[in-house]
Design a protein around this ligand. Structure first.
Ligand code: PLP
Length: 388
């Protein structure tokens, strides 16, 4: 179907931060399949994990216990705030399930009137009808019938607006720690802490969407770890599968109380192939020093992008982001810079607010960061020339 405005290019294979076409042209991948290929392409540990599982068992459904799923859930529980995990296949499903969990939490506690969720302008939570309504972006909602009710939108970064929006029907606050699709928007310091305090005061749940910011992308396993707070529920996907479709809802025991047998489910969610890869991703990301190295690479990238702002002041207006979730805001259409970068054999990804996202895999090397920044610089020159 015609849902995508794709680049006219086909990749045949990949290794690390590089992709190659069938005719041997090599591209530096600073898009990571939209923040998915956390460990780059064809990481030997992931290939080994997938191959080993492929020869044993692919799928049994969630009618039975799944050993690899239990193991990955235990690893996630050990590494995070969570006591409980539900596996699905994508970010939208993880957010949708998080919304369901929040509503059911109040329902089973005898507060069915608490079902509304406060969300943020500029957010993105997926393309299902509920997650589209949660984000409230008119562009994506148009033509799909009545918008699903139950979401109250407030400006991103505005704790006071959230306080004013909380009412007797509010069940939860749902927020991305850093908005990705919305234009790599980092909220002001103290924002997440402020939301956590408001949720505690009101007796409502604090739900994080770490689909894009999670699994090491900002230099911590999850972005909220940069603050002192933890959520009650968290949606995870993208990087957790390293390129294999996998998503998860993580929750505290209390917040997961509503999701009893029969209330939610997935045929594929957490199947043996997906969870074998997910466990291998976690093994690598949680190795001592890995996340500290990502933080260093993030600083290096930020420095490189800041130099681009100096070199191309007419085009580059702002450099922003956290770790390897970086963005440059340009005085041009993001798609034009994405195309110019493609001509320099560099992959980057557009976002809202005239931002181009720079999302290298977490295993990117220092030389590759320098190379990527150089290619982006040439792309900016190309773009400037095309505009004159
Ligand atoms: N939430 C966030 C923060 C995202 O960035 C995305 C995808 O970009 C999603 C949810 C939806 O994920 P998926 O496309 O896997 O459904």
């Amino acid at each position: 179907m015609g849902t995508y405005a794709r680049q006219n290019i086909v990749f045949a294979k990949g290794e690390g931060a590089w992709l190659e076409t069938a005719t041997g042209e090599r591209y530096l991948d600073f898009g990571s399949g939209i923040a998915v290929n956390a460990l780059g392409h064809a990481h030997p540990r992931l290939v080994a994990a997938l191959n080993a599982q492929a020869g044993k068992l692919w799928h049994t459904s969630n009618l039975y216990r799944v050993a690899g799923q239990e193991k990955l859930a235990e690893r996630l529980v050990a590494a995070t705030f969570a006591d409980k995990v539900f596996f699905c296949n994508s970010g939208a499903e993880a957010c949708e399930g998080a919304i369901k969990a929040a509503r059911r939490y109040h329902y089973v506690a005898g507060r069915p009137e608490r079902w509304r969720i406060i969300t943020f302008e500029g957010s993105f939570h997926g393309r299902t009808l509920a997650t589209l309504a949660a984000a409230g972006n008119p562009k994506y909602l148009e033509g799909f019938g009545p918008e699903m009710p139950g979401f109250d939108h407030v400006p991103f970064g505005d704790v006071e607006a959230v306080g004013a929006a909380i009412g007797p029907e509010t069940a939860a606050v749902l927020v991305e720690p850093v908005q990705g699709e919305g234009g790599v928007r980092v909220p002001p310091a103290g924002f997440l802490e402020g939301l956590r305090a408001l949720c505690d005061e009101a007796g409502i749940l604090f739900v994080l969407d770490e689909v894009q910011s999670g699994v090491g992308r900002t230099g911590k396993l999850f972005a909220h770890e940069w603050t002192g707070i933890t959520p009650d529920i968290m949606a995870v996907a993208k990087g957790i599968g390293g390129g294999f479709p996998l998503g998860a809802i993580l929750a505290t025991e209390a917040a997961a109380a509503g999701l009893v047998p029969g209330t939610h489910g997935s045929t594929f969610g957490g199947n043996p192939l997906a969870t074998a890869v997910g466990a291998a991703v976690l093994d690598v990301v949680l190795e001592p020093g890995f996340l500290a190295a990502v933080e260093q690479k993030g600083l290096r990238l930020a420095q490189g992008l800041a130099r681009l702002k100096d070199r191309h002041p007419a085009l580059v207006k702002e450099v922003r982001g956290q770790g390897l979730l970086a963005g440059i805001r340009i005085d041009a259409t993001p798609a034009d810079l994405v195309a110019a970068a493609l001509a320099e054999r560099l992959l980057v990804v557009g976002a809202s607010e005239n931002v181009v996202r720079v999302l290298p895999p977490l295993i990117v090397g220092d030389d590759e960061i320098s190379e990527g920044v150089e290619r982006l610089s040439r792309a900016l020159t190309r773009l400037a020339q095309s505009k004159t």
